[in-house]
Write a protein of this length. Structure first.
Length: 474
């Protein structure tokens, strides 16, 4: 049996500049399938790395002649790209089984199966064990999908949702992602703004989150649990990618890895591997975690961490409470200060477009950002992703005006506020970026900062024309 995993042709999020990440999700699935299914031919086709358009993709599918295609489905904004991918496969051979998964299709399984006849199977939730059972079942002369937990499919024109599958108990049992399937492309994976010319790998340190922000898809997708891989397992994967594929930049994909004992132990493991001086890694953290665990920051820096993204979101306590963010805006400035004091690049994310936002409140957000003074700020429009509490509230109240999934990328205004139209929200996003990056003083300090990483970042941003791209959205 031939299984073809696909990273489709698509555009990446322009706000962070030019980058090409490895397709982590399908590499994890491919590695797990390889370990647990014998006599199976697995191929991973990364159209991004190979710079393949849709016509070339069709020819590749025809040449490989797979029995199953499984495209990467990372985010809601890529939903239509996934559908186009499996439609392309079906055009080559209608008997190819099209299997999709991911957070969007997990929560939109009913609607997606009704709307898109190209879809054969949707794997809901965690995919590894379900995919193995599905492939094993397909080897039978008369496969019975009804006995596979965690899938949705059609039977006699009716959509069937099998019972959900239990989560994997020990994530350390998972194999390393199958980077060997894309080994010839490893030199192409890069993140220009962050890592310069260094090639990089994505590292999953955990699944889920202990917090329950209303706008976040992660914690519900992982059933409200937070499962952490052991520090040794994470460090061993970093060392594996370092030795086998020449990776020097590592992105911890966790929405919130945390800065407690497990982070300290991870740093010890990295230092023991004797690679800390030769790598750079990035992670996300909360400002309250940074303050509560500030003693760990020198160790994190010594272990190679150079960049932390902090989800600050707002300077308004009521807004943070409505998000269920459980942080204090007063902590933001101290968190930024602590990172910079430890030579860690401090990036902040901010959200605008909440229901009660106005011109005045968003102006206040810009003033707040100037007050906390991050090295870098990323502004995002509040987006009602399917599966979130925000989506349910917005849908019930009729706030959603744009149902084009391609625009669910946090740079397009999907909803108005009580006082602002979507166009005005879009304009305010531009104003936020113009206020931050258009500041002559901030640009001067960035371009001539004693921190080499900050100098490179600001010089790169100056070359990208970010404000022009944002103004085109208005």
């Amino acid at each position: 049996m031939k299984v073809l995993f696909l990273e489709p042709p698509k555009e990446h999020w322009f706000v962070m500049g030019e980058y090409l990440p490895p397709p982590l999700g399908i590499l994890e699935l491919a590695a797990y399938l390889e370990r647990h299914c014998e006599n199976i031919d697995i191929k991973v086709l990364d159209c991004q790395a190979e710079r393949l358009g849709w016509k070339e993709l069709e020819r590749k599918i025809e040449s490989y002649a797979p029995d199953v295609v499984a495209p990467s489905a990372l985010a809601t904004c890529n939903a239509y790209t996934v559908i186009r991918t499996i439609a392309t496969a079906k055009r080559v051979n209608p008997s190819i089984l099209a299997v999709i998964g991911g957070q969007h299709f997990s929560v939109m399984a009913e609607e997606s199966l009704k709307a898109f006849p190209e879809i054969d199977i949707i794997i809901r939730g965690e995919g590894e064990q379900t995919l193995v059972e599905l492939i094993s079942e397909l080897r039978n002369k008369k496969p019975l999908f009804s006995r596979i937990e965690g899938i949705s499919f059609r039977h006699k024109k009716k959509v069937i949702h099998n019972p959900p599958r239990s989560l994997i108990e020990d994530l350390d049992d998972l194999p390393f992602p199958g980077y060997h399937f894309v080994e010839k492309h490893m030199g192409k994976y890069h993140f220009t703004m962050m890592a310069g010319g260094k090639q990089y790998a994505l590292i999953e340190g955990s699944r889920g989150c202990p917090h329950k922000c209303t706008f976040c898809t992660q914690w519900k997708h992982w059933e409200g649990t937070w499962r952490i891989k052991s520090p040794k397992r994470i460090a061993d994967e970093i060392k594996h990618c370092y030795n086998e594929f020449g990776c020097r930049f590592f992105w911890l994909t966790d929405d919130n890895f945390g800065l407690g004992k497990h982070a300290s132990d991870l740093c010890d493991e990295i230092i023991q591997h004797k690679i800390a001086d030769d790598i750079m890694w990035f992670m996300q953290a909360r400002c309250d975690d940074i303050i509560n665990h500030q003693k760990i920051l020198p160790k994190i820096r010594a272990a190679g961490n150079r960049w932390i993204l902090v989800g600050i979101e707002s300077g308004n306590a009521a807004t943070l409470k409505s998000f269920h963010k459980e942080i204090n805006p007063k902590d933001a400035k101290q968190g930024m200060k602590l990172l910079k004091e430890n030579d860690i690049f401090a990036q902040a994310t901010l959200i605008l477009g909440g229901r009660r936002d106005s011109h005045e409140s968003i102006s206040g957000l810009r003033e707040f950002v100037n007050h906390i003074d991050p090295d870098l700020a990323i502004f995002m429009i509040l987006t009602p992703f399917p599966g979130t509490e925000l989506y349910q509230t917005a849908k019930q109240n009729g706030w959603i005006e744009d149902t084009n999934w391609a625009n669910y990328d946090m740079t397009h205004a999907i909803m108005p506020t009580e006082t602002l139209s979507r166009k005005e929200v879009q304009e305010e996003l531009y104003n936020c970026y113009r206020s931050f990056y258009g500041s002559i003083g901030r640009r001067f300090k960035g371009l001539f900062s004693p921190n080499g990483l900050k100098r490179r970042t600001y010089r790169y941003l100056a070359s990208q024309g970010l404000l022009k791209l944002l103004s085109d959205l208005i």
